[in-house]
Design a protein. Structure first.
Length: 126
């Protein structure tokens, strides 16, 4: 079902995200609620890059693996790249990491290499 005012594919993406979130147990993840939030996205809230409907990904602010709630209030919409990179970090941890990398570019490659090697970046480390 495509809405007439959905020129850029936001409704189609909202329906897809709703199905995914509901399969995880988010009972309040209706396409209408999601559409209301994603249609206003112009950029990813994490990396600040422009974002298209096909690049939008649902991200748990407090990861489910770290006792994050299955509620829409614990969901933000970010680009797929940031969602993959964030892994099991909380939103604050990920933003702090991004700020460190922006403010200390000489450290960013070293920090990322270490996180990737330990598996920590994708939630596999302790």
């Amino acid at each position: 079902m495509i809405r007439a005012d959905d020129v850029h594919g936001f409704w189609k993406k909202a329906v897809s995200l709703s199905r995914s979130l509901r399969s995880l147990g988010h009972k309040d993840a209706t396409p209408e609620k999601i559409h209301g939030r994603i249609r206003r996205l112009e950029h990813c809230p994490c990396c600040k890059r422009g974002i298209l409907p096909e690049d939008i990904s649902a991200d748990h602010i407090q990861p489910r693996s770290r006792n994050g709630a299955l509620k829409m209030s614990n969901v933000q919409f970010v680009c797929q790249r940031c969602n993959r990179a964030k892994g099991d970090l909380t939103d604050k941890e990920f933003r702090d990491l991004l700020n460190l990398m922006r403010n200390r570019p000489e450290m960013s490659k070293s920090v990322l290499r270490r996180l990737l090697a330990s598996g920590w970046l994708y939630g596999r480390g302790k």
